[in-house]
Write a protein that binds this ligand. Structure first.
Ligand code: SAH
Ligand code: SF4
Ligand code: F3S
Length: 438
């Protein structure tokens, strides 16, 4: 038996990175690493990074800089960079940051145990291959202790859409769908280990085509798993919302009434320049169809403001689209020029102008979010409780619409779904009382 080493992983970026971080911890766990809660306690620190915007990528370098004193005090500490910055910058990270021992891309992290061994021997290791083999087939089975009431399951990776602003097709590679039979057995395993809710993940999750039917078919199949009570999926591209998937929202009780459907802009001119390949009108028609299938669905989105060439009229069209849809929440970002993407060649919008637009957009979204939260007061919803709340006697979980809900209830309800009457709406959470602790 080798001595247990301590591992700390910090995850940046999207939920797929969160999932990957769990699987990395498990892969290294099988090689004798135990997860700890801070870099200070660790023998190995892994930063699982995001390259989506300049700020996200630069944060990695400032965090690495902050690890310098720790490595000075503890020369045996190994530092690794994983994820999308690792994929995009590879060896360059080793050149720029002498304290980094290991660089591993999102498609090769099943090789981490071997890399960790090489690094322990004093080498520096880089692996940013898109290997032939499927990493999921080379990862250990998921241990029970890492599965909570809600679990992620990556069903699809990569992106072939090449939106003009986006690095994901370069950092994650081409679209690959995991085969249906594998996903069913992994989902059964998750439920067996205590998961009641599974969120299917993919950079373009609704482009999944690993079975006879599309994602709607996979959802219908997963809904048959005994004990799986809730299904969600993210992130979807509007052009891949096919009729069967839309119909599933009306027909599959386990499929939660929530959909993140990024649109980025409400201006046809900008949508075209972004290579989103649909119009604002087409998006609005799609929203109508989805709401016809599931009237109470809560929609969220992503927006980019200040894309090259965006005029005040284009921005006004985005605000008009937001007014027309009525979102429950949204992420909005100032455009960030990313190296290697087509849009990066074009002159940007005046930064002060972009800031001002972002504020106006966020104010509108905040109003809509508040309205959606307040609309819940007095209503009953089901909540899957996940953990103790911040206040004593409270537990917290998510509504069907993915809103955070706090309730004064016994801790034994953690991991359970209960009916809750909502009594108060705060900007980012709801409070309620359990009416049926079944
Ligand atoms: N696959 C998802 C998005 C992944 S990136 C989709 O197609 O919707 C998450 C969000 O980051 C995007 O929806 C977009 O709003 C934002 N984003 C991506 N690239 C960006 C850039 N260069 N500048 C600013 N925001 C960006
Ligand atoms: Fe990026 Fe567009 Fe692919 Fe989403 S669909 S990951 S925004 S290229
Ligand atoms: Fe970021 Fe990579 Fe996800 S760039 S958003 S971590 S796919």
């Amino acid at each position: 038996m080798t001595e247990t080493k301590k591992l700390f992983i910090k995850s940046y970026g999207c939920q797929m990175n969160v999932y990957d971080s769990e699987r990395m911890a498990e892969a290294l766990g099988a090689a004798g690493y135990e997860s700890v809660g801070s870099a200070e306690e660790a023998d190995m620190v892994l930063l699982n990074t995001c390259h989506i915007r300049e700020k996200a990528a630069e944060k990695v370098y400032s965090d690495l800089g902050r690890l310098r004193p720790l490595k000075g005090a503890k020369p045996d500490l190994k530092i690794g960079v994983a994820g999308c910055v690792a994929q995009a910058e590879g060896e360059e990270i080793l050149r720029r940051m002498p304290l980094v021992d290991l660089v591993v891309g999102p498609q090769s992290y099943h090789r981490l145990p071997a890399m960790a061994e090489a690094v322990a021997g004093g080498a520096r290791a880089v692996d940013t291959d898109f290997p032939e083999e499927d990493k999921f087939e080379h990862l250990p089975e998921r241990p029970r202790r890492s599965i909570g009431p809600t679990a992620f399951l990556t069903v699809q990776e990569g992106c072939d859409k090449f939106c003009a602003f986006c690095v994901v097709p370069y950092t994650r590679g081409a679209e690959v769908s995991r085969p249906e039979a594998r996903l069913i057995s992994e989902a059964e395993g998750l439920v067996d280990k205590g998961a009641k809710e599974i969120t299917l993940l993919g950079q373009n999750v609704n482009a999944w085509h690993g079975g006879q039917a599309g994602l709607g078919g996979l959802i219908r199949r997963l809904a048959k798993i005994e004990g799986l009570e809730r299904i969600r999926y993210t992130t979807s591209h509007p052009n891949d919302m096919d009729d069967d998937l839309i119909a599933a929202h009306g027909e599959v009780a386990e499929l939660m009434p929530y959909l993140h459907l990024p649109v980025q802009s409400g201006s046809d001119r900008i949508l075209k320049a972004m290579a989103r390949k649909h119009t604002a009108e087409a998006y609005l028609r799609l929203v109508e169809k989805i709401r016809a299938a599931r009237p109470d669905i809560l929609l969220t989105s992503d927006f980019i403001v200040g894309f090259p060439g965006e005029t005040e009229a284009d921005f006004a069209a985005t605000l008009a689209l937001i007014e027309a849809v009525g979102y429950g929440a949204a992420f909005s970002f100032k455009y960030s020029a990313r190296p290697g993407t087509p849009a990066a060649e074009k002159p940007g919008v005046d930064p002060a102008e972009a800031d001002e637009r972002l504020q106006r957009l966020q104010a509108l979204i905040t109003r809509q979010q508040r309205a959606a939260q307040e609309a819940m007061v007095g209503r009953e919803t089901s909540v899957l409780f996940e953990k103790p709340g911040r206040m004593a006697g409270q537990i917290t979980g998510k509504s069907e619409h993915l809103q955070a809900v706090h309730a004064e209830a016994p801790e034994r309800l953690i991991g359970e779904i209960a009916r809750v009457r909502i009594t108060r709406a705060d900007p980012n959470s709801l409070a309620g009382t359990v009416v049926d602790p079944a």
